[in-house]
Design a protein around this ligand. Structure first.
Ligand code: GUN
Ligand code: ZN
Length: 436
């Protein structure tokens, strides 16, 4: 049965960046019925109440005065097994992995533990209005099964994969080359395309994968072209040096992935901080994209993603939490951190330049429709244009007293969105509607 929702509406016109944001103060969102089990409900119409009431006014209507409906947020890079790793301090990425992350991830050999954390993780995503996530599991196949089963039961849009790491990894998380590839293929066949679920081939990062494992991952990626690839690249200077020593003849860290054939459409690389323009061109030409994770980059002291150079060369990126290197599931916190990084960016051979003030509508796009587009899911999730899967959040700016004041005083849409980005958190997410 169709259902309509009346509130202030935010969505995006096809394709574009900030200028494409649409805003309807008194809007109507019409959602169709799912046609079959597992088939998501889709947006039928979106627009002004005054324009749509004559056609859809007879439907059951939920009216949320004073509330904002936005597309659900898309988290382009997160680690579900690191839900309890948030806030573990270390002197940078490599000691953080060794002292906290690997020991913690080793617990996911236990399916019961994995299933329990999967539920907590999905609760946190939904509580924060995140309705699509591209997530790492651990190297244990059971960790993927646990998350996928839990996600399927909730009808949430999830893309996940078993981590590949057959070297430079401690007992408990290190996998075995041949078995890891067999497991990956079995998991693809079990989960990819089941309802709203997708699979991502997941080499952890170049230092943790043997050449044979990287080759095997690339062979699977070629055999299953609509499966995703996810990994990390050029996050931290010690990591970059390590890759240089492992691959002395590679032109760059990114080039290692390129040489194995792991850059393509639907390949999402977290961080992409220490790139040069040749790398950026490689990203653009192959269709690989960056998952920009500013709270993680600030927390681990990794550096700043250079949005200006990414835009200049023209490769795609979207926003991500990178929990547990990232400090929060909250999309507002991630957007605010991206704003800080934009303000502070140092570009041009280390010479400080004046940072940019990213408009809030662009930050919002980078965490919804833009992130979806980077994943190859433009027009599917992250937006409320007709035909999109109806994942949306209902935001209540009255939920925090100071935000309510600021919201009331905003003299433009951009000011109102800025107030949410700076002052919003999970308390303002009043409802989350999942299409599945
Ligand atoms: N590089 C390799 N593994 C990881 C991880 O789990 N988190 C982050 N931030 N970087 C990584
Ligand atoms: Zn990560």
């Amino acid at each position: 049965m169709e259902h309509a929702f009346r509130a202030t509406l935010l969505w995006f016109d096809d394709m574009g960046g900030q200028s494409s944001m649409r805003w309807e103060e008194d809007g109507l969102l019409v959602v169709g019925p799912g046609h079959a089990p597992g088939e998501p409900r889709r947006v039928v119409a979106v627009g002004a109440w005054s324009a749509l009431a004559s056609v859809y006014g007879h439907l059951p209507i939920t009216h949320w005065p004073g509330r904002l409906i936005s597309p659900g947020f898309v988290d382009l890079h997160i680690h579900y097994p690191q839900t309890d790793v948030i806030g573990s301090p270390a002197d940078g990425l490599l000691p953080w992995l060794e002292n906290y992350t690997f020991p913690h991830e080793s617990r996911f050999h236990d399916p019961a533990y994995a299933a329990q954390v999967a539920e907590v993780f999905l609760d946190e995503l939904q509580r924060h209005g995140v309705t699509t996530a591209l997530t790492f599991a651990t190297s244990h196949p059971a960790s993927v099964d646990a998350l996928m089963a839990a996600g399927q039961a909730r009808g949430i849009k999830l893309v996940a994969g078993k981590v590949l790491q057959d070297r430079h990894s401690p007992d408990g998380v290190r996998d075995e080359t041949e078995q890891s590839l067999i497991d990956t293929e079995q998991l693809i066949q079990r989960w990819h395309g089941q309802g709203r679920l997708g699979y991502a081939i997941t080499p952890r990062f170049a230092p943790s994968c043997s050449d044979a494992q990287m080759r095997g991952a690339a062979e699977l990626a070629a055999r299953y072209p609509d499966v995703w690839i996810q990994s990390h690249v050029a996050e931290n200077v010690d990591e970059v040096r390590w890759v240089q020593s492992l691959y002395p003849s590679a032109r760059s860290y990114l080039d290692v992935y390129a040489s194995f054939g792991l850059l393509r459409q639907r390949a999402v690389y977290a961080h992409c901080i220490h790139l040069d323009d040749t790398d950026r061109q490689l990203m653009r030409e192959t269709g690989a994209v960056a998952a920009v994770s500013p709270t993680s980059n600030l927390f681990l002291g990794s550096g700043f993603f250079d949005m200006h150079s990414a835009d200049r060369v023209g490769f795609r990126y979207g926003l991500a939490s990178d929990v547990g290197g990232g400090t929060s599931f909250c999309p507002f916190h991630t957007m605010l951190a991206a704003y800080y990084v934009g303000r502070a960016s140092v570009t041009g051979g280390g010479l400080p330049k004046t940072g940019v003030s990213l408009p809030p509508s662009r930050l919002w796009w980078l965490h919804t429709a833009g992130a979806a587009q980077a994943m190859g899911l433009g027009g599917v999730v992250g937006n409320l244009a007709p035909g999109c899967e109806a994942d949306f959040v209902v935001i209540n700016p009255q939920a925090k007293p100071l935000l309510a004041r600021k919201w009331a005083q905003a003299s433009s849409v951009e000011e109102a969105l800025f107030a949410l980005i700076v002052m919003g958190d999970d308390r303002v997410i009043e409802h989350v509607h999942v299409a599945g």
